[in-house]
Design a protein around this ligand. Structure first.
Ligand SMILES: Nc1ncnc2c1ncn2[C@@H]1O[C@H](COP(=O)(O)OP(=O)(O)OP(=O)(O)O)[C@@H](O)[C@H]1O
Ligand SMILES: [Mg+2]
Length: 226
């Protein structure tokens, strides 16, 4: 299996002196291509900090991050991270954060349009993605006309629009009931396997934990495989 992500010895402290908090304590993590991995752990363990570091949103203090063979961080950014992020990474958060004045279809098309993909092509791909998340019939609906689970499925479809190598999701099902939470996780896994996208999901929802290929636990800024 090929490695989509390798991060070694990531360290991150917030603040300084007596009141500083160690959020990442020499974290090493790897994801294989197409693997869907859960990251569990108590509040304050450092899960979101790890996701924002791996997602090139907020750099760690030190360590190394290799994505799809490219060293993107080695005690500092090594590449144009904004374009790298746009071309290779997708994000999903607890709230769908869809643009309210756009339809479901237009929301999924948006990242492709920003990337200069033609209207016809982006429409076709957006429809395919919406179908895979069982949302094709709701393509014309505005976010306010969709349930929380439906909005989140559109948000995941949007995050996958540009064929990212990696998808990072921070508690994507926290606002959903357990049946919908499980459904969303299952759909996300199926599409990730189809597209060979690796997914790292922070979750507190252990009811759907069997959906994942692998489970990591985090505590006090350290990671344990389980
Ligand atoms: N911007 C910040 N400034 C200062 N400290 C922070 C900041 N963000 C996080 N921390 C601290 O770093 C530690 C890890 O926080 P983080 O948000 O990564 O935890 P988490 O595992 O995502 O928790 P939760 O499950 O509650 O979301 C915590 O002790 C937190 O208080
Ligand atoms: Mg968090």
């Amino acid at each position: 299996m090929t490695q989509a992500l390798l991060a070694e010895n990531l360290c991150k402290k917030y603040g300084r002196g007596d009141t500083s908090v160690t959020a990442l304590d020499h974290v090493t993590i790897s994801l294989n291509t197409g693997e869907v991995v859960a990251l569990l752990g108590p509040s304050g363990a450092g899960k979101s900090t790890l996701l924002t570091a791996l997602g090139l949103i907020r750099p760690p203090d030190s360590g190394r991050i290799v994505i799809d063979g490219t060293t993107v961080f080695d005690n500092g950014y090594r590449t144009d991270i904004r374009s790298f992020r746009r071309n290779n990474l997708g994000f999903v958060f607890q709230k769908a954060n869809l643009l309210p004045f756009l339809s479901a279809l237009e929301n999924v098309q948006l990242p492709m349009q920003l990337d200069d993909v033609s209207g016809g092509k982006s429409r076709k791909r957006a429809m395919e993605l919406l179908s895979q998340f069982d949302m094709a019939e709701r393509q014309g609906f505005k976010p306010s006309e969709l349930s929380g689970g439906q909005q989140q499925r559109v948000a995941i479809a949007r995050a996958l629009a540009n064929h990212p190598k990696l998808l990072f999701a921070d508690e994507p099902t926290a606002a959903l009931d357990s049946v919908m939470g499980r459904k969303v996780m299952e759909m996300m896994k199926r599409v990730a396997h189809d597209f060979q996208t690796s997914v790292l999901v922070v979750t507190h929802d252990t009811r759907a934990i069997d959906v994942f290929d692998r489970i990591l636990r985090m505590e006090d800024g350290r990671i344990h495989e389980s």
